[in-house]
Design a protein around this ligand. Structure first.
Ligand code: PHE
Length: 447
């Protein structure tokens, strides 16, 4: 039998999964989506979806991963005992990993660029128009954002090369909690800015008439994206989980932490945005203009800004690692490539698509298809289509295709954990999750 790596400790799996989940999805994408979808209306749907669909789906991926001890392509085959149409879900996951990594590293590159800017003190004494101009100048620069993106991909490949347990676990364990601390500090600052209350109202006062089909699918897509579910990243991580780990409580902790960090990001960004007169629906530049302005208002702003962008780079890195790991696990196990070959090949293919995404974010945007930028196309293709579909088939597989006894054995660690609540979770996986995902997905198609 082949020797597979395991995460070293119980905290290791929570930290590695949290490392995958926490990232630009929380700090960059969540505020953009909430800003575009009515604030409070979005938040409430988001929380419901994360708890009722996201958590059971995360548990389902862990079950498939730990049961099969395999990458997403091999996982469905191993459990079914033969090739079934479900194997396609594994392929879809690997495809999603490429597409997400491609546009994700665009913004990851920006975080690296902004780390450089904060070291060089580019934000000191700058006002809103100047900070906005800096953002445009950066994304419009002919090569800087591309170099930053490629550097980020290379960093990711280097960590992934060295193996999961060592690389990922060690980083996540120390640095994720530190990120949380600095976010709380930022929160306090943002809340004390003049006019902050309007931002809080925007985020927390739901206008239920704003809950449309678009809000539902956006919240579904955002929760899948933010929790790293629906594309096999957590099947892959699940394959490294020790037999004795409690899948339900691990997934529960990660979902809570991820949701908390997204809300924290909202509490930092919206009050500040309203206070500075930045519209919540500006899109891509929201975090990158709001945050430098908040730091300006703080004692020790230079230091906090630097620390924040450093931690953001690291939080982003632990997410890109989990994306590349899906590709590497598939290439090494299905095609017998060496780890190093797989990591560099995966990064190289991603780089080709990724550079197009980065170029498409320039303010004079020539790289659009049917009026949508390459960046947005990749984002929508994954978050609104591939991930919900992947998630649907994953819960169907665990709920209906796997033997009930096997599923319960994974959930209860062969009967050593209490079955009661786990039976309820299996019920949610079998009925509620597939129905809810299908309804939201289909309602957007016929819109
Ligand atoms: N969840 C990550 C984030 O919020 C992004 C991600 C998506 C990572 C899918 C892995 C898989 O930043």
């Amino acid at each position: 039998m082949k020797q597979r790596e395991n995460f070293g400790s119980k905290l290791g799996i929570i930290m590695a999964t949290a490392g995958s989940a926490l990232g630009l999805g929380n700090i960059y994408r969540f505020p953009v989506e909430a800003g575009n979808n009515g604030g409070g209306a979005f938040l409430i749907v988001y929380i419901a979806v994360a708890l009722l669909i996201g958590a059971p789906l995360m548990i389902s991926e862990f079950i498939i991963g730990r049961r099969s001890r395999s990458n997403p392509i091999g996982a469905f085959r191993t459990i079914s005992g033969k090739r079934t149409p479900f194997t396609l879900v594994g392929w879809g996951g690997v495809l999603s990993a490429f597409l997400i990594l491609a546009f994700y590293t665009t913004v990851a590159g920006w975080t690296l660029g902004y780390l450089g800017k904060s070291i060089l003190n580019h934000f000191g004494g700058q006002d809103l128009p100047q900070i906005q101009a800096q953002f445009t100048a950066f994304v419009d620069h002919p090569w800087l954002p591309i170099v930053c993106q490629l550097a980020f991909l290379a960093m990711t490949a280097v960590v992934v090369l060295r193996g999961v347990a060592k690389g990922i676990e060690r980083w996540s364990k120390i640095l994720m909690p530190l990120l949380l601390v600095i976010m709380v500090v930022l929160c306090v600052k943002s809340l004390t800015l003049p006019g902050a209350a309007k931002g809080l109202q925007f985020l927390f006062q739901p206008d239920f008439s704003k809950i449309t089909g678009k809000v539902l699918i956006s919240a579904l897509g955002q929760s899948f994206f933010s929790l790293s579910i629906g594309m096999g990243a957590l099947i892959t991580y699940g394959s490294y989980i020790a037999k004795s780990d409690n899948l339900v409580s691990s997934a529960g902790s990660v979902v809570l932490a991820d949701t908390l960090v997204a809300i924290l990001a909202g509490i930092i960004i919206f009050p500040a945005a309203f206070s500075f007169g930045i519209k919540p629906e500006v899109g891509a530049s929201l975090a990158f203009t709001t945050l430098p302005l908040v730091f300006q208002q703080m004692h020790g702003g230079y230091f906090f800004c630097l620390l924040f962008f450093l931690l953001l780079v690291i939080a982003t890195l632990t997410s890109t690692i989990s994306l590349l790991e899906v590709i590497v696990a598939a290439l090494t196990e299905e095609y017998k490539l060496k780890r190093s070959q797989a990591a560099w090949l995966g990064a190289a293919i991603t780089a080709v698509i990724g550079v197009l995404a980065t170029i498409s974010m320039r303010s004079s945007n020539p790289l659009a298809i049917g009026g949508t930028s390459v960046f947005d196309l990749l984002d929508h293709a994954t978050a609104l289509y591939l991930m919900p579909l992947g998630g649907l088939f994953i819960v169907l597989f665990v709920g209906w295709r796997m033997k009930k006894a096997d599923t319960m054995a994974e959930l209860t660690n062969d009967g050593t954990l209490r079955a009661g609540i786990r039976k309820a979770i299996l019920f949610i996986i079998r009925y509620l999750c597939p129905l809810a995902i299908a309804i939201i997905f289909i309602s957007q198609l016929i819109k």
